[in-house]
Design a protein around this ligand. Structure first.
Ligand code: FDA
Length: 394
């Protein structure tokens, strides 16, 4: 069997793996990257609706969920959004800010993959696809990694195999298996940035409204996100819901403010004063989508002229509109989730080099670690930053 000697073997040619490889290559390390998929960077290609939200200029440690919230600080401080933007500009990739510091390619996420591959190429990095790993062993002279394309013999192994979301794109639990095998703890994983499903009455009442969307504020467990919500056949989606989904677990109280830009009570009193003869559903249809307004008036709200609402009813109506208790039954799971929460426990990993504190030479980067960003370019920034941290250390 073919034996390939190198300094660094990166397993996983996604965002973090490619960034680690090009950084290590630029330092003169002999780097090999392998991926079991037939193509590199599949998630980058599908990200941001094909335009890759490649970073967020406002990235801070506060935009990440982790059992060890300080872990991500060092890498994020040493490889910043400005560092990645510098590379994007050097490759003449046009981009724009969509909202809240989110940067997207003007043309295509393919440009980001091309950029990473060009940088890898210039740094002498070799990349192999369709190359699954059969076994990893650590001996006194480094690691031996048996793969479909030969035996790799190297000083450092970097696990960059990502999380469990979108299995059809090559996601696997491989990184967690390796971590466990070398004595690391893996914190429970679950789907994050994922649509929520409804059941029972809420599912019945909202299913027909599939396609209806509106700006809301979603609140759960002390977190709140103001953005768009979309009703779907199975439940709710859209950025506000994806964001809050990472903080929600079955049984948790989830509230929606359906009128996030106004004081519902004040608005109802104003309607009573100025539009007294109008039905509640009519005035409500002027501030939220009509189909949703009709459904709310059919099942939850008193459907009558607003002048007939007494003070108690005004308060109750306002409370329902501003603090609607949505009973979610679950999430759509890894099939559609953008990220995986949980993963390799960072407490036994160096925050500056991403190296295992249990196994010298073994590194974990990107989403396989228990570091998960909010929606909005933070997850790629973590992939770049953790990849660069390991790439500078291997
Ligand atoms: P990533 O998943 O990118 O790469 C892992 C690689 O390892 C893959 O190439 C895989 O094939 C390979 N692999 C897995 N198991 C293996 C094995 N056993 N052997 C060999 N190789 C193996 N984030 C963001 O910041 N902005 C955005 O716009 C989006 N948009 C978005 C859309 C969608 C639909 C999804 C699913 C996700 C996003 N994300 C995102 C999240 C982002 O894509 C994600 O956080 C990063 O890609 C994680 O980078 P990693 O390199 O850690 O894993």
């Amino acid at each position: 069997m073919n034996t390939i000697r190198c300094d660094v073997l990166v397993i996983g040619a996604g965002a973090a793996g490619l960034m680690c490889a090009l950084t290590a290559g630029q330092r003169g390390r002999r780097v090999q990257v392998i991926d079991h998929a037939n193509k590199v960077g599949k998630k980058i290609l599908m990200s941001g609706g094909g335009r890759c939200n490649f970073t967020n200029t406002g990235t801070t440690a506060g935009n990440f969920l982790s059992a060890n919230p300080h872990f991500c600080k060092s890498a994020l401080a040493r490889y910043t959004p400005a560092d990645f933007i510098e590379m994007v500009e050097r490759h003449r990739i046009a981009y724009h800010e969509k909202e809240l510091g989110q940067l997207f390619c003007d043309i295509s996420s393919k440009q980001i993959v091309r950029m990473l591959l060009d940088e890898c190429d210039a740094a002498g990095v070799q990349i192999r696809t369709d190359c699954g790993v059969q076994d990893i062993e650590r001996g006194s002279d480094g690691f031996r990694v048996q793969t479909a394309q030969g035996l790799f013999h190297c000083a450092s192994v970097v696990i960059a195999t990502g999380g469990l979301s979108i299995p059809s794109m090559g996601a696997s639990g491989f990184g967690y298996e390796v971590a466990r095998r070398f004595g690391h703890e893996v914190l429970p994983t679950r789907a994050g940035l994922v649509p929520l499903t409804l059941s029972g009455r809420h599912q019945e009442r909202f299913a027909e409204l599939s396609g209806v969307g509106l700006p809301i504020e979603a609140r759960c467990n002390g977190q709140r996100f103001r953005n768009f919500m979309l009703l779907t056949h199975r439940g709710v989606s859209g950025p506000a819901i994806l964001q809050i989904s990472s903080f929600w677990q079955p049984g948790d109280d989830l509230r929606l403010d359906l009128l996030p830009d106004r004081d519902a009570e004040q608005w109802l009193r104003e309607m009573k004063r100025e539009r007294g003869a109008a039905e509640l559903r009519t005035v409500l249809s002027e501030v939220i989508p009509r189909r949703l307004s009709l459904r709310l008036c059919e099942h939850w709200l008193a459907d009558k002229p607003v002048r007939q609402l007494d003070e108690r009813e005004i308060k109750a109506t306002a409370a329902l509109l501003a603090d609607f208790p949505l009973v979610a039954s679950g999430t759509e799971g890894y099939r559609t989730a953008e990220v995986t929460l949980g993963g390799v426990d960072t407490r036994k990993v160096s925050s500056s080099t991403m190296e295992s504190q249990l196994v010298p030479g073994l590194h974990f980067i990107g989403e396989v670690l228990d570091v998960t960003g909010w929606l909005g370019g933070y997850n790629f920034q973590w992939a770049w930053a953790s990849g660069a941290a390991a790439g500078n250390a291997v």
